[in-house]
Design a binder for this molecule. Structure first.
Ligand code: HEC
Length: 423
């Protein structure tokens, strides 16, 4: 962790260093469920894998876990579970809500499965985790906007689609905190929300909207640092963008967005923006090929990145974000693999949010795989291009940032240099 932080600090300062190798592996010799595996599951799996939740099975007890041992090993080794697709070996590390496993934890799980998945001594079990009550607000919203009732049939293919509903907010207001709450956790695979200002907005195209929030299981509210806020323009409507999936029983969902607003007429020192940046030009993805497309966005003011979320469709497999400094030198900020089933916002921990000088260009590099080897690809025999239908492709990043004044930028830089020197 410390090395990752140091790397992030240096990244912000524009220095590259070779980092020492990680410490010797901490993998127990004879791992058992209660002693070694259960603590990992508590931190990284149970938030989804518990009864009446989105995941297909519960991993709360030994009995429930045992039949899945082989499959668990497979899924964690390829880093499909927990769903978190940041490349640990590239760029900034240190994210909010990061449940990903360390290499040692993955090795521990693999060793446990290979040695017959022993239970061990129940007395070694950690005390159970108290999960947040289903359906609780963790903020006190001033405004609650609800999506229309959507009935998910007992058995049907996954449904991706949008609803746009009025918010009732009639003047420009700044958001201090916000939270999305699924009506039924089992069927809402993910939900994204946007502020829609165009009265003629297209139901199938969110590109002109302002991104607000991503719903993910177990995620609490987004609470912005004091003096920081996001504009919710007067008369905005709210777009809910859903991925619903069936659970063997008919379920009607209504998901809610809760907003905590700063007082009327209050303007925060830093306004947070979330926009689609680095959109590649024409996408050209021939049948049977893996392609790379590049998009660029110049930032005219100094600033600070707070979050990064790759956006592509079924053929998207990986995206990287690089900074090109005005001097011409470059730094890779992050790379993340991509799976259309999981829209994950990677929000940086406050002390590693990358800062950059005026004139920096954000460079977004997107990879699409139009071969048979890509499981998400139902049609490897056809050329694919850009467009807003789910079967078309996209290549941009949702970037969250706020601008800094030149003085603020210099102060941030000094503070980080000092920290890096002391480390
Ligand atoms: C954010 C929620 C979430 C977290 C955290 C999570 N899972 Fe999952 N898991 C799911 C969902 C949902 C599925 C169903 C497949 C899908 O949608 O990708 C799944 C599928 C699986 C499967 C495949 C089940 C099958 O039907 O074959 C395994 C095994 C699994 N998870 C293990 C784990 C383990 C082990 C962890 C922790 C190290 C974990 N998961 C963390 C949500 C989660």
């Amino acid at each position: 962790m410390r090395d990752a932080r140091l790397a992030a600090l240096l990244l912000a300062v524009g220095l590259v260093v070779a980092l020492p190798a990680p410490a010797a592996a901490e993998v127990p010799e004879n791992p058992t469920f209660h002693k070694d595996i259960e603590p990992i599951f508590q931190r990284s799996c149970q938030v989804c894998h518990r009864p009446n939740n989105m995941a297909p099975m519960s991993l709360m007890s030994y009995q429930e876990t045992r039949p899945w041992a082989r499959s668990i090993k497979n899924k964690v080794e390829v880093r499909e579970m927990p769903p978190w697709h940041i490349d640990h070996k590239v760029g900034v590390q240190g994210f909010k809500n990061d449940r990903s496993l360390s290499d040692d934890e993955i090795e521990t799980i693999a060793l446990w499965v290979d040695s017959g998945a022993p239970r061990g001594n129940p007395e070694d079990a950690p005390s159970p985790v108290e999960f947040q009550e289903f359906g609780a607000w963790t903020i006190e919203p001033d405004v609650i906007v609800s999506s229309p009732p959507h009935t998910v049939p007992a058995e049907a293919g996954d449904w991706w689609g949008d609803y746009i509903v009025p918010s009732g907010v009639t003047s420009d207001r700044y958001i201090q905190a916000l939270q999305t709450k699924a009506g039924d956790l089992r069927v809402v695979h993910h939900a994204l929300t946007y502020a829609v200002t165009d009265p003629d907005a297209d139901l199938n195209d969110s590109s002109q909207d302002a991104f607000l929030n991503e719903y993910a299981v177990g995620k609490n509210a987004d609470v912005y640092p004091d003096g920081t806020g996001r504009l919710f323009p007067a008369d905005s409507r709210v777009r809910f963008s859903f991925h619903y999936h069936s659970v063997g029983e008919e379920v009607t969902d209504q998901t809610e967005l809760g907003l905590v607003l700063y007082p009327e007429d209050y303007e925060p020192d830093h306004i947070l923006y979330s926009r689609q940046l680095g959109q590649a030009g024409e996408l050209d993805i021939p049948a049977g090929q893996v392609t790379r497309h590049d998009g660029y966005q110049k930032m005219y003011l100094p600033g600070k990145l707070t979050g990064f979320q790759p956006h592509m469709h079924f053929l998207g497999t990986r995206q990287c974000l690089e900074l090109i400094y005005p001097t011409g030198s470059t730094e890779m900020v992050n790379c993340a693999n991509f799976d259309f089933n999981w829209h994950i916002v990677y929000n940086y921990e406050d002390d590693v949010q990358p800062v950059y000088p005026a004139g920096t260009t954000l460079h977004v590099i997107s990879y699409h795989d139009n071969t048979e080897g890509n499981r998400g690809n139902s049609d490897p025999k056809n050329w694919t291009g850009g467009g807003s239908r789910t079967i078309d492709e996209m290549a941009f990043s949702w970037i969250s940032w706020h601008d800094l004044t030149e003085d603020e930028y210099k102060a941030e830089l000094e503070a980080r240099k000092a920290l890096a020197d002391n480390d």
